[in-house]
Design a protein around this ligand. Structure first.
Ligand SMILES: C[S@@+](CC[C@H](N)C(=O)[O-])C[C@H]1O[C@@H](n2cnc3c(N)ncnc32)[C@H](O)[C@@H]1O
Length: 313
């Protein structure tokens, strides 16, 4: 598949996410992960003429396609950048303090995975790129060519929870001394050969590819940066809705909301109210997973978990 062919992205937890987000039809919202605009479109459909959405994506291709698709809807502004720059983007739009909701649908989109030339997939041979933002930063090939062996091992272990991280890093370093590693399938073969315990139905490079992608795109750093800004950017009553696809992300979101709910740490059993503990953000409901019917229709939704929080003070 080449870049002239547009591929579809099936939006995960579409109605659940927008139901959770929609506190005010006249409100101002940020879709931090625009992708192909599935959530933004549903949000716009439920907003009044007074409502508005800023949609952000790191991927220039997502922004170009979004500008074409939504050219006639002046309630939507598209921004090429990272959701880690949320406060700045909101301030530039002169909307600071008026945000009704922020949505994050983390990870990669289907078009990113499906287009071989984006270099995310070990199933489709392409240049080893893996950048969501193709306009800046190191590609996976650049990093693999220059990283220290122990750094490669650390990335595979930390972001992929890969048991054989050290063996794989050793194999990469040995191989790159002979030939530059420039394609996805070439890297997948090197990683697979270094993996001693293949599991049925799972490519042995799966975890390592996920790890390199997370590292190259600073996925967990961006999430932490956004969480650090969220309370001050939402208005009271505003919602944060996050859909995560693996436990490294979900753990961070869950821990952040739990810490916010605890507020200032005071001795247990003191008769204090939430306001006295400085609680500004609380959990709304339990974590939500896609129904079996959604997973049957879209296998990529199977690992999704959605958490909702609301600013209360
Ligand atoms: C799962 S897709 C979102 C799909 C979207 N909700 C839809 O329905 O079409 C994730 C998108 O978020 C983008 N993305 C991931 N991390 C980002 C970040 N830190 N800042 C901005 N965009 C990001 C990716 O480029 C990708 O397009």
């Amino acid at each position: 598949m080449d870049s002239t062919e547009q591929t579809m992205h099936t939006t995960v937890l579409l109605h659940e996410a927008v139901d959770a987000l929609m506190v005010d039809p006249d409100g101002f919202y940020v879709d931090g992960t625009f992708g192909r605009g599935g959530h933004s479109a549903e949000l716009l459909a439920r907003l009044s003429d007074q409502g508005s959405v800023i949609a952000i994506d790191k991927d220039p291709q997502a922004i170009v396609e979004g500008q074409q698709r939504f050219a006639n809807d002046s309630r939507l502004s598209l921004v090429h950048g990272s959701f880690a720059e949320l406060s700045e983007i909101v301030a530039q739009a002169e909307k600071a303090g008026s945000l009704s909701g922020v949505l994050l649908d983390l990870g990669v989109s289907s078009p990113q995975l499906d287009q071989a030339e984006r270099g995310f997939s070990f199933m489709r041979d392409g240049p080893l790129d893996m950048r969501m933002d193709t306009s800046r930063g190191l590609s996976a090939a650049d990093w693999i060519a220059s990283a220290e062996e122990q750094d490669i091992a650390r990335v595979l272990k930390e972001y992929g929870e890969e048991r054989f991280a050290r063996r794989m890093a050793g194999a990469v370093v040995k191989e790159r001394a002979k030939n530059p590693i420039t394609s996805t399938v070439q890297l997948a073969k090197i990683l697979a050969a270094a993996h001693p315990a293949w599991e049925r139905g799972k490519h042995p490079a799966t975890k390592a590819f996920q790890a390199i992608r997370i590292f190259i795109n600073r996925e967990l750093d961006d999430l932490e940066d956004l969480l650090a800004q969220i309370v001050d950017t939402l208005k009271v009553g505003g919602r944060l809705v996050v859909i995560s696809f693996h436990s490294l992300e979900d753990r961070r979101v869950k821990r952040f909301i739990r810490d916010q709910e605890q507020g200032i740490k005071l001795p247990k059993n003191l008769p204090v109210r939430d306001v006295d503990r400085g609680v500004r953000l609380v959990k709304v409901g339990k974590a939500i997973k896609p129904a079996n019917t959604e997973v049957d229709l879209n296998i990529r939704s199977r690992s999704a978990v959605m958490r909702i929080a609301e600013r209360v003070a």
